[in-house]
Design a protein around this ligand. Structure first.
Ligand SMILES: Nc1nc2c(ncn2[C@@H]2O[C@H](COP(=O)(O)OP(=O)(O)O)[C@@H](O)[C@H]2O)c(=O)[nH]1
Ligand SMILES: [Mg+2]
Length: 434
């Protein structure tokens, strides 16, 4: 494994007359650090800076630029993330001032998506967004160079300057990707239904950045992260096979986190990285229940999942919520939450946990097992229509998904949990010996 890049995160926030600005600034910084960690940056220095006015050349003011310069030098920082939008000129000026690489928020998010896009479609979609971003940089950052060079254009056609060639190449690549995407979309549905049958049941963890998905992922898989990372360095580190309490295996996947104020031109790329969620057998929505925006975040996540067709009213993939970070709640609030989820209608849907301490995680695992159990044991059975007792038994103990009566027999697709399934085997064996 290559050593992690030592990074600094600088999070500018608009400072107005509101008392909440400071806290907004803090949670914005926290999120930015969470994003940086998502691509394994080793964040050694972080700071949130109020932006009273914008300095055109560098976005942030002179004093802050100098403070960062010192930190970069002292800590051996190789990359500074500026959690805002930088123009190409600002980015270049900061790189010069700090003598280090600088990326802005969009650049960081694109890095994450690029590292995490798993499907062909996801990769195409991310590349499309990245090219678009690059093209924007190219146009503006090269303009003055071009003027200096006088536009010889000896590399291209008549009168074509380097920037125009680059722009044209990017444009051509974009056209090609768009065409590929069309093709991928057409075959997607077919592939999906074919794949779903042969594999282990999959649980996808979704939620906002910093909700605790990765912490829960590690907790659920009981992983000694360090050792595992070394062992499986070449495997996808965001998927693991875990053993459920009852002994069954399932795959658990840690997905790309939702990001607050996602730049609109990155929405398609983000959704593409969530493709795998659509194919999951169960979605666990990890929520930071101690976050002040917890409810709004929940609504956001559900809206996106619904738009992807991952969850639907009265169908689709089952979803439960892990209400994470209960250890960070005030004692009374936590008690209320725990009693509500112990008896209320939320009982089967919401599970208070602390990924950090492990509290509640066993109950969550049992719920996962229960929900997967129903799905995985779906099977097809044929019962003589004369055997009304068995048919009635299947309706009572299982979930009948489909039924075709075919002459003398009823052909049923029925989902049975492990216990019901065993019982059914016994019934069949008994009726066979009669
Ligand atoms: N207090 C508390 N902090 C947690 C808990 N779970 C995760 N965190 C912290 O929240 C931050 C983000 O966690 P992480 O797992 O990286 O979130 P992700 O972005 O959703 O993968 C880290 O600083 C974790 O230590 C929890 O149950 N309680
Ligand atoms: Mg994570």
């Amino acid at each position: 494994m290559r050593p992690a890049t030592v990074a600094a995160v600088l999070s500018p926030y608009a400072q107005g007359p509101h008392a909440g600005d400071r806290r907004d600034g803090d949670s914005k910084l926290e999120e930015a650090v969470g994003l940086a960690r998502a691509i394994d940056l080793d964040v050694r220095w972080r700071q949130s800076v109020p932006l009273r006015r914008i300095t055109p050349a560098t976005l942030i003011g002179k004093g802050v630029v100098e403070r960062v310069r010192i930190a970069v030098e002292e800590q051996g920082i190789g990359l500074v993330v500026v959690d805002d939008k930088l123009t190409p000129v600002q980015q270049r000026n900061l790189e010069k001032a700090w003598n280090t690489k600088v990326i802005d928020r969009t650049g960081l998010i694109l890095e994450i998506f690029g590292a995490r896009a798993r499907t062909h479609e996801g990769r195409l979609q991310v590349e499309l967004a990245a090219l678009d971003y690059q093209r924007g940089r190219l146009v503006r950052s090269w303009t003055h160079l071009e003027r200096q060079r006088g536009g010889f254009g000896f590399l291209g056609g008549p009168g074509e300057s380097q920037i125009e060639i680059d722009r044209r190449l990017i444009g051509e690549r974009i056209v090609r990707i768009k065409r590929d995407l069309e093709g991928v979309r057409k075959t997607r549905a077919v592939n999906r239904s074919g794949r779903k049958k042969a594999r282990l049941p999959t649980v996808a963890l979704v939620g906002y950045t910093n909700a605790g998905k990765s912490t829960l992922f590690n907790r659920l898989s009981g992983a000694d992260v360090f050792a595992k990372n070394l062992l499986f360095a070449t495997l996808d580190p965001t998927m693991r096979v875990i053993k459920l309490p009852g002994g069954r295996d399932c795959v658990i996947s840690d997905t790309v986190g939702f990001v607050s104020d996602l730049p609109t031109h990155l929405v398609a790329a983000f959704r593409a990285t969530l493709e795998e969620v659509v194919e999951a057998d169960l979605i666990v929505h990890v929520r930071d229940i101690a976050h002040p925006d917890s409810e709004r975040q929940r609504a956001d996540v559900e809206e996106v999942l619904a738009a992807l067709g991952a969850i639907e009213e009265g169908g689709g993939t089952p979803m439960i919520e892990a209400l994470n970070k209960i250890d960070a709640l005030p004692v009374e609030q936590r008690a209320i939450l725990q009693s509500r989820t112990a008896v209320g209608p939320e009982r089967a849907r919401q599970f208070p946990v602390s990924a950090l301490s492990g509290e509640g995680v066993e109950a969550l695992l049992l719920a996962i097992e229960d929900l997967l159990g129903k799905d995985a044991e779906a099977r097809e059975v044929s019962v003589p229509l004369s055997d009304g007792a068995t048919i009635a038994w299947l309706y009572r103990h299982g979930e009948v998904r489909s039924r075709h009566d075919d002459g003398e027999v009823a052909r049923l697709t029925v989902a049975l949990d492990a216990a019901a399934s065993a019982q059914f085997e016994r019934r069949q064996a008994e009726s066979g010996t009669r």
